[in-house]
Design a protein around this ligand. Sequence first.
Ligand SMILES: C[S@@+](CC[C@H](N)C(=O)[O-])C[C@H]1O[C@@H](n2cnc3c(N)ncnc32)[C@H](O)[C@@H]1O
Length: 400
Amino acid sequence: MTENLDKFIAALAESLKNESFVKLTLGNYKGPDEHLQKILVRPVSTKKGQRLYFLYRGATRDTAKNYDLDTGIALIGDALDNGFRSGHLFTTENDYQLEVGKKGKSRLNVGKPTFTAAPAAAHNREKKEQIDPNSFYLRSLGITDDNGRIRDREQHKWKQINKFVEVLASLVDKSELRDRTNLRVIDMGSGKGYLTFAAYDYFKNTRNVDIQLTGVDTKRDLVDLGNGVAAAAGFDGLKFELGSIADYDVGEVDILIALHACNTATDDAIFKGITAKADLIVAAPCCHQEIRPQIKSPEMLRDILKHGVMLERTAETLTDGIRSLLLERSGYSTKLFEFVGIEHTPKNNMLVGTRLKTPTHPEQSQRQISEIKQMYGIEQQHLERLLANRSQMNTHKKST
Ligand SMILES: C[S@@+](CC[C@H](N)C(=O)[O-])C[C@H]1O[C@@H](n2cnc3c(N)ncnc32)[C@H](O)[C@@H]1O
């Protein structure tokens, strides 16, 4: 046994050294932990350099951890000595299969490689897909099947989840939050929580950030589902609360997320973020219903905006444009972009506000808002009204 185990571990160490390592699986567990079933290991590139990502798969919950290479190799050796009867190492040079029998007997088979992709390609893939498709929560939320395969009907959602995490990671890296080891995040209108879970998983398990993330939604069944899956996954810092965005007491928050919260719920969420002085506000608006009925077409655009589709797009542009100017007026720099291709979801615009240390030109933003409203005959916009009410209340407090 020792000789074959030593050979297996030596092959693992060599594959990490010459970068031919693809992945490793430990299975057929007969040890004392009644929940543990498998360990899946793959390489990840982190800020701290090359690491090994261990996914401990259990009957009802998965946990994950990153280790440096030496610690990871030692842990794999220990695991094969203490309960795992099978180890499968995939490298681009060979596949190694170690079977551990009773009474210390073992067999090591070396075969042709299943994967011939260079490790560099694996790294690239790693970059694109930050989320492990084997994650327990993806299975529980119905994105993957029992084999970790993305269900056909969930391919678009999967694309969106990965893109969202990639975008969020890059926004954090470009903000004051870059080097923070702890983060408080609120997800307004979290729904079934796909994006909430993925964001938590990424910051907690890939970046080792101590994250406290709360999803808020008006639907009790979704809140209960989210809390059940979070508990089963061992995601201690993730919880879901029943509540409406407008009434929710945000407290102190670093990142406020609102993805596809309908109509003016997006305004309520952005308002909460501004009031709480969140460093990052990340919104994907949808159902722009407030502005469209108010638009009085400027004479020059009359024969363009008589077409429903053009009026619809103009209403969207004006709504998100005014929101972005209001964020700028409130001391944020903004970005508006398509965060995932239109073929994956039509609700794909993302509006991001990053809090500035020193706000710039609020009067210029206000002038533009007033001119746009006047040009299109817009009477009111929900976020603007919320901000105006707050400023009136502040003035009233000061004068009494
Ligand atoms: C289209 S789903 C989006 C879910 C998730 N954010 C996503 O992008 O996958 C919108 C969710 O927002 C919730 N929602 C809408 N208005 C809300 C409000 N005012 N307060 C809290 N939740 C709200 C709905 O119940 C629903 O679950």
